[in-house]
Design a protein around this ligand. Sequence first.
Ligand code: PMP
Length: 382
Amino acid sequence: MKKIIAENVNKIEISGIRKFFNKVSQYENVISLTLGQPDFKVPKGVKAAMIKAINEDKTTYTPNAGIKELREEISKYLKTLNINYNSDEVCVTVGGSEGLYAAFAAVINPKDKVLIPSIAYPAYESCVNLLGGTVLNFKLDEQFNIDMENLKRIIREEKPKVLVLSYPSNPTGAVLTEKLRNEIYTLIKENDILVITDEIYSSICFNEKYYSIASYEDIKEKIIFVGGFSKMFSMTGLRIGYVCAYKNILDSIIKVHQYNVSCATSISQYGVLEGLRNCMEDVEYMKCEFKKRRDYVYNSLLNMGLEVIKPEGAFYLFPSIKKFNISSEEFCDRLLKEQGVAIVPGSAFGKGGEGYIRISYCYSGEELEKALDGLEKFIYNM
Ligand code: PMP
């Protein structure tokens, strides 16, 4: 019999984050800090708007690119971050995940080279492999900033078609600095390269100013921006994200999106619409809480003697465990078995992630305290 599964599908695996999450379900009473799923409730206004939409029978297909009012609100929200896309340049998607896939599928031919950070959210690499593209990694330095010399060299020598940027970063929590943004801007301006910038954590940036590569008008035709509301409104299961790009690129992305899903869920779109209009205080509240938790976990890790960079965004910390001389997978397996605490091995985030562990702090204070207690005991006994 012919091989059933497509070669490109055989090339990819279930994400290491999910794998570890599934391992956890084999144990009882485990404290799990594995997922990027905020513990906050969906803002009341978002819930009420969804209930209203159901009662008003707003349950039909919406336009492929999403309801007009929502696209307008997304355009307004982005302006607050200094990013200019009009509503015709926005397509509402089924989470950032579908947005990312549609963006990659719209631009990648088999064997096209795509540059991805050596430590990154696993979906980028899998999307590229699924589409038959070739993944090239560029290095990050010890602070998780881009090693610009390395990036420039790869662009010069390999001439990749796409560069993936991901700020604020999952798993490192790094944000784009003004200096780095300016350097990347020059690089993009001078080279024939397209950028896919995943800014799904844009609402969780602890610095006062938010920097994005999408805020330059003169390179806009080279940028595809991916955003989403899973984290912003703590609504991971309601599945709303979006992609923005120049109209000619977006039209192609919308073609992929149309044949994949037709449109994002109507009810959830109405929820997000209300969220953007009237629930931004809830978003601010969550950000402040995340910042307190970041400080608490960061200080606890330092007190345990772990080497860790203080992240300025998202809700993850990525401490080094290199000094223990065991793989990140073994570290996490043993922590789970010995202390009932689950965190994700850094190796789940690419080659550069080995030697680190990812701690997600979008959990309650009580859970964080118990988990850190277990981690401290584990390290003490090593
Ligand atoms: N990008 C990044 C960096 C993420 O961390 C996630 C979710 N963990 C996504 C995209 C996709 O999120 P969603 O599909 O829920 O919008």
